[in-house]
Write a protein that binds this ligand. Structure first.
Ligand code: SF4
Ligand code: SF4
Length: 103
């Protein structure tokens, strides 16, 4: 019982509780070298270079949507190596954070 009283006396101070409950940390900036998931921003020419270069089976597939082949990224498998972005000569695939910064 006395240890509980000591604990409350030592740690249950109003300023400590305020700091604990309302502590804020600065948001961590994304480093420029960070590779995010690829996103589709343009019209795919169905050349399949991205699928060929991808080292992870099933990470990127071309799916029929509205009678067109559209690249689809499986974020559960993608390792964000960005090789598909480099392989796409038509600028259809870009990094996710670049897509966000252009908006
Ligand atoms: S980033 Fe890498 S793993 Fe992900 S879809 Fe592109 S090539 Fe495949
Ligand atoms: S490399 Fe680019 S243009 Fe070719 S299939 Fe992939 S996304 Fe489409």
């Amino acid at each position: 019982m006395s240890s509980l009283i000591w604990y409350l006396h030592e740690f249950a101070r109003s300023e400590w509780i305020k700091k604990f409950l309302f502590a804020k940390t600065k948001p961590v900036p994304t480093p420029p070298r960070f590779r995010d998931f690829p996103v589709v921003v343009g019209e795919c020419t169905e050349c399949k270079a991205c699928v060929t270069v991808c080292p992870v089976p099933g990470a990127i597939t071309l799916s029929h949507i509205d009678e067109k082949l559209i690249p689809v990224i499986n974020v559960g498998r993608c390792i964000r190596c960005n090789l598909c972005i480099g392989a796409c000569r038509f600028g259809v695939l870009i990094r996710k954070q670049e897509a966000g910064s252009t908006n």
